[in-house]
Design a protein around this ligand. Sequence first.
Ligand code: MSP
Length: 639
Amino acid sequence: MKKTFYITTPIYYPSGKLHIGNSYTTVLCDTVNRYKGLRGYDTRYLTGMDEHGQKVETVANELGKTPIEHVNDIADDTKNMWKTLDIKYDDFIRTTEKRHKTVVKKVFEQLLEQGDIYLGEYEGYYCMPCESFFTETQLEEGNTCPDCGRETQLVKEESYFLKLSKYEDRLLKFIEENPEFITPEKRKNEVVSFIKQGLFDLSVSRTSFDWGVKVVSNPAHVVYVWIDALSNYISALGYGSSDDSLFEKYWKGNEVVHVVGKDILRFHAIYWPIMLMALDIPISFKLYAHGWYMMKDGKMSKSTGKVVYPEPLIEKYGLDPLRYFLLKELPYSGDGVFTPEDFIARINFDLANDFGNLLNRTINMINKYFDSKVYRPKKSYFDFDKQLIDLVSETVENYTTDMDKLNVSKAIHDIWTLISRTNKYIDETKPWVLAKDDLSKKELNSILYNLVESLRHIGILLSPILINSSKQLFDQLNIPLDLQTWDSLKWGEIVNIEVTDKPAPIFPRLDKKVEEEYIQNLLSIKEEEQAPENLIGIEDFLKVELVVGEILESNPHPDADNLLVSLINTGDKVRQIVSGISKHYTTEELVGKKVIVVKNLKPAKLRGVMSEGMILAGKNKKNIEVLEVTKLKVGDKVS
Ligand code: MSP
């Protein structure tokens, strides 16, 4: 029976177009999955989308769509992008699917019944306009919102918690006993020292938004992000359903690998194994956390235009150059940088010069000297042969070790060492000199045969990485299918070969200056193109209903020093509104003031007191001043 291999990417948030940074994980998993397939494993590759949460609800609203319409559109775009990158996944899980939600509900209820989840109170800073919660450490100076800069309110909300603390020791022991559970080593050390500082129980539900999986036994709560998201790795295998054969086969099979970026390491190295322990499911996975692709001047970011998308690069240069760059330039345990100069240099030097040229030269010589045909020599004629043949088997060994560790960057380095050695072999043996002498035909044939054998090995090792050009290599050399397999990685398997008589360079050399400029233009979003992100249309503004309201009464908040609770008549009704103005107004001062009120703000509890709207106020470093009107009447519209 074949050994099984199950590999997963994180499931992506539907927050817009994926850039080359996000795509890296998916390309990496695709490559490793193809490699395992080549090795004869029974493989399964899962990717998907993480489609719940408050942000999705808000963005969908802004776009005038329902949340499901919005995530359907993004899921379609994402699948199209994976097609463009030739990603061969077996399953695409979406957290909005029934098969997934059923598992989340079940998992949550089980943990609740066991007492691993309990009801408590979540305390966080709430930004009303952004409808987002933040921890104290996420806030900007003066406890303002990190997204919009406005003042936040400290709120308490009922929430369920997962007992992480209970599993702390067990998890540390597990990590110690399974030294390869988290790689690279550096990431493992980060996790261990984080756990040793002590784990706080994790808030796993919210009552402030709806777009999520409802808690079965208390539907006022939705399951908050991570329990929902992490369960995808088993819900996609049918865990807990009437047909859990995939779960039995792959989760309980030979190898399971989760690949994630360094920013979501903790969730996968701590929360997920603890969830599995609590559910009594084996922690069968290994975790690899990679670094990030950066731009020369910092993080990739859509809002500043410092971002690279895969599609235009693929359209212009083909798929393999991008796959090559992504897989090569991110070191195993650090970050990588994308620059137009490096991208073009990798194509010109590595792909066109070193690799493409080797293939092209070899075929041209076989055509020129032997009418396209070479055969297996009876003996070796040069000392250089042994060096080349030894390096081929050494390369296969190193490559295997590196690919098994998911160190694809190093595996590429191994292959290029062989490519350079093979190029050097041509310089050493000088076929063009032997060609002048009719008595040296056998020697010349042996050189060209050795070049073809080396290239055949290079093609097999490259096949999970450079999908199209490895095929072109096999086609141009006319390598039969049975000599393109992992098992055929043995020197001398070719008996006779007739190469194409019409070779074409697989990577044409590019004009450095022209192409660098082309990519630079893709990167630099001009100011006028950026501006629309900051502007809103009149239709956006008109969504905010503003009216004149009169403050009838104002009292201190029972639980927060900086808040006042006012009763305000807005014409349609008297509303209770909580505002953070107690340091600037006495309660008496406010009574009788006619102020401007946001009427259609979603009600929210601020420190346990319900607030049904917001009073408009201006502020600077010293003062907050509510906006007042004199001539207008209660209920008059403001626009
Ligand atoms: N939805 C969560 C994951 C849940 S998994 C159970 C999430 N989604 S994400 O869309 O924000 O990020 C997906 C992946 O993209 C993460 O692994 C993240 O590290 C990766 N990357 C985002 N920017 C990146 C780079 N610039 N470079 C490399 N990877 C990057 O987190």
